[in-house]
Design a protein around this ligand. Structure first.
Ligand code: GBH
Length: 429
């Protein structure tokens, strides 16, 4: 890494926390044991709904998480827990259409209260939601994630309306977050982000970039900070955006103690003309075209195994400064940052462990993150995505995000990749 100055744990503030992330549905397995009922992801991946409305608390589920939390603490680590990472109980989807119904807010609140009561003695950092944008946009906009709804002119969805449902679902996600009772200092929300670079040095492109940020990040962060949607979103989606009541606005203002930021990549934005009124959708409401490669062939960074993930480390610094300047310098945790390699099952395991690209990716992002901290951004921690190879949602097991390799053909045996050794050494210096 000759192009970067030396970097280690000591380049960051004393109380800065480092970690690595995982998520229930992507990690746990045990889909059919101990009385666990289906989530919408089980239905989507297996196409066999069998969920039923919960008969109460699942004692084995509680035991599972008690064991996990206690083991993490026993190893001298600190758990940062996400309450909802997309695996909605299928029963709630069947009973009242899940997040399309405002009833979800009460059920979310019950669930969160139960978690605080049951695990709150040991878990001190909670995130209400992981990437509500992804849940809403891909679940109801493109329909490529559960519950897989979209307008038929967008995809092959059986039902849905991508011009309205994403706005309704987002509204309820935001209210679920805002309604979650909490003790100050403990609650956050994790948002997916990208840095957006205007494709040309014109005000048209610059405004397109701003709209793209507003529709991805501001759509959630603006209400959760200031109590209402960004002006751009209100102007462009108009009456399709539900309104918050005066009480809800008050409840939402500054409704997080810290912000989780998932940062992977950046896109170029160019302006899209307002040419007609047909086929309205959340996917086009920002009137911005986002690409990793410009028409003239210039890529925003190095390509990776994932078509949406080009490497743009400086974006994390630019994004941090943007959040500081526009959202009151909140405490921030980088809750996800990392890259994946393509399925390399055919390689001998020892070869598959040589993930030098991942090391360079993590190093360069940490470098730009440390610059943001020096510029006054209040970044409190950094978690690599991901701890181990796992189930990558709509990409299944075809790609590997982990610092640990999983041999899926040999009893899920685990091997540290080079990046695991690198991260360990980084944390020791
Ligand atoms: C996060 O999503 C998730 O929180 C995490 O669970 C996941 O494993 C990780 O990142 C890696 O992806 O098919 O071209 O339309 C990141 C946001 C949203 C990025 C969905 C990929 C699909 C791109 N993801 N998106 S595309």
């Amino acid at each position: 890494f000759k192009k970067y100055p030396p970097l280690g744990r000591s380049s960051f503030p004393k109380d800065f926390v480092f970690g690595a992330g995982s998520a229930a549905y992507q990690y746990e397995g045990g889909a059919f044991i101990d009385g666990k009922a289906d989530s919408i992801w089980d239905t989507f991946t297996h196409q066999h709904p069998e969920g039923k409305v919960s008969g109460g608390v699942n004692a084995l589920g509680v035991k599972y998480y008690n064991n996990l939390i206690n083991e993490i603490l026993a190893k001298g680590m600190i758990p940062y827990v996400t309450i909802f990472h997309w695996d909605l109980p299928q029963a709630l989807e069947d009973e009242y259409e899940g997040f399309r119904n405002k009833k979800i807010v009460d059920d979310f609140l019950d669930y969160a209260e139960f978690l605080f009561k049951t695990f709150g003695d040991r878990v001190k950092h909670w995130f209400t939601l992981n990437e509500p944008y992804t849940y809403s946009y891909y679940g109801y906009g493109t329909g490529t994630m559960p519950p897989g709804r979209c307008s038929n002119y967008i995809g092959t969805c059986a039902a849905g309306d991508s011009s309205t449902e994403p706005y309704i679902v987002t509204h309820h996600l935001i209210l679920a977050h805002g309604a979650t009772p909490y003790q100050r200092g403990q609650i956050g929300v994790a948002l997916v982000t990208a840095w957006i670079v205007p494709s040309t040095l014109t005000s048209k492109s610059e405004r397109a970039a701003q709209r793209a940020l507003d529709f991805m990040v501001g759509w959630f962060l603006h209400p959760m900070t200031y109590g209402d949607y960004p002006m751009t979103v209100q102007a462009l989606a108009g009456k399709r955006v539900p309104k918050f009541t005066a009480e809800e606005t008050v409840m939402l203002q500054k409704s997080y103690d810290f912000l989780g930021v998932n940062y992977y990549t950046a896109f170029f934005a160019s302006n899209v003309l307002f040419y007609n009124n047909v086929n309205i959708s959340v996917t086009t409401d920002n009137h911005a075209n986002l690409t990793s490669v410009k028409d003239n062939g210039v890529a925003i960074g190095q390509a990776t195994a994932l078509n949406w993930l080009y490497v743009y480390p400086k974006g994390i610094e630019d994004l941090m400064l943007y959040l500081k300047d526009n959202y009151g310098n909140p405490p921030i945790y980088i809750t996800e940052n990392g890259i994946a390699e393509a399925n390399n099952d055919k390689l001998p395991v020892q070869e598959a462990l040589k993930d030098n690209d991942r090391i360079e990716y993590l190093y360069s992002h940490l470098f730009y993150l440390s610059k943001a901290i020096k510029a006054g951004v209040n970044v409190k921690g950094y978690f690599v995505w991901s701890f181990m190879d796992d189930f990558e949602w709509d990409a299944g097991f075809t790609i590997r995000f982990g610092m640990y390799y999983i041999d899926y053909k040999n009893g899920l045996k685990r091997y540290p990749k080079y990046s695991a050794y690198w991260y360990k050494k980084f944390l020791q210096t």
